[in-house]
Design a protein around this ligand. Structure first.
Ligand code: HEC
Length: 190
């Protein structure tokens, strides 16, 4: 008896799959919008919006939640000033260093390496004996970087540097400060 029940359940399960997608079947409530969604795909054109695109820019003057507008505009000229004026609001506690390491390993280690010496996988990539990434990433353990005020490193992460891209829109402000703590702690947690 048990066997028969199992076979019946199995048959019901497999027969419920429609393997012939090209064939039309009856729909339950098929005429309703929620059954066949009429939503636009993010990257599809859109005739109802002014610029014809479904993806829209945020309204001018608005900021995302938890986003703090950055007061400096120039990545080179304002670096020293940012170093003077900005203070790291966090202490190098184990928790903060761990968070800094987590974010560093995600966003920075590809170039600067997990040890910070500039030997990440992107920086060491070679083709026909030639390095594919043109400029060596800075060695973050070097004396001149370790001597920088926290605000200056924060500025570099936020705005980018000569070749390095800006990370201000990808990493939350708190996490950028914690990355700075982790770097200034010699890329160690303790
Ligand atoms: C795509 C590669 C790449 C990534 C990712 C990257 N960097 Fe860099 N970084 C570089 C390169 C190349 C340089 C040296 C040339 C320059 O200054 O742009 C550099 C320079 C630096 C400097 C020295 C700037 C100075 O004032 O001389 C610091 C500090 C730094 N990076 C920190 C970071 C941190 C922290 C992250 C992660 C949030 C990060 N970088 C992510 C490539 C990268």
């Amino acid at each position: 008896m048990k066997k028969i029940i199992l076979i019946l359940i199995g048959a019901a399960f497999f027969s419920s799959c429609n393997h012939e997608q090209e064939k039309t079947y009856w729909d339950y409530m098929g005429d309703f919008d929620m059954y066949y969604s009429k939503a636009y795909e993010s990257y599809s054109p859109n005739k109802y919006l002014k610029d014809g695109s479904t993806l829209q820019l945020p309204v001018q003057g608005t900021v995302p939640r938890e986003f703090i507008p950055y007061p400096f505009k120039d990545k080179f000229k304002d670096k020293t000033l940012a170093g003077k004026l900005l203070k790291n609001p966090f202490q190098p506690t184990k928790e903060n260093l761990l968070r800094g390491k987590e974010k560093y390993d995600i966003y920075c280690a590809v170039c600067h390496g997990t040890t910070g010496q500039g030997d990440g996988p992107i920086a060491t990539l070679e083709k026909n004996g030639k390095k594919l990434y043109p400029v060596p990433p800075a060695n973050l353990k070097a004396g001149y970087i370790q001597a920088k005020p926290d605000g200056e490193i924060f500025h570099v992460i936020t705005m980018g540097s000569a070749v390095m891209g800006a990370h201000g829109s990808q990493i939350k402000s708190d996490d950028r400060w914690k990355i700075v703590l982790y770097i200034k702690n010699g890329l160690k947690v303790n």
